[in-house]
Write a protein of this length. Sequence first.
Length: 131
Amino acid sequence: MKDTYFLYGVAILAILGISVVFIGYATNTLPMSTPRQSVGSVAPPVLTAAKKNCGCCADKTRQITKSLRQIREKSHEHQQQYTLAMRLLARYGYEEGLRRIRKETPAVAAPLERLFEKLSTRREETVGSSP
């Protein structure tokens, strides 16, 4: 009895090992060949990009940094507008809050109105379908 358990254990380990190697080759995570290095070999020189004196890289970096800063500022501004809108809705309720949002931040009012319309139609559908 112990011999069959041992035999099954070895067979399961062999099957797992073969499947791991197969999956490794199929997903290209195992190398197909190993590079051989001799004892006296010297590492190849590291190739670096030659530095240019034209200044175009610095200009591109400045432009990217400027555009990222503008995106961050716009995102922060939008976040503040939505926070204000949610506070107005919480304080004054749906109708009065939405009226004040339209007055203070009209860009936020339109998406909120569409959202509330979708929610109300879904609520009506679920209420109307219940017996």
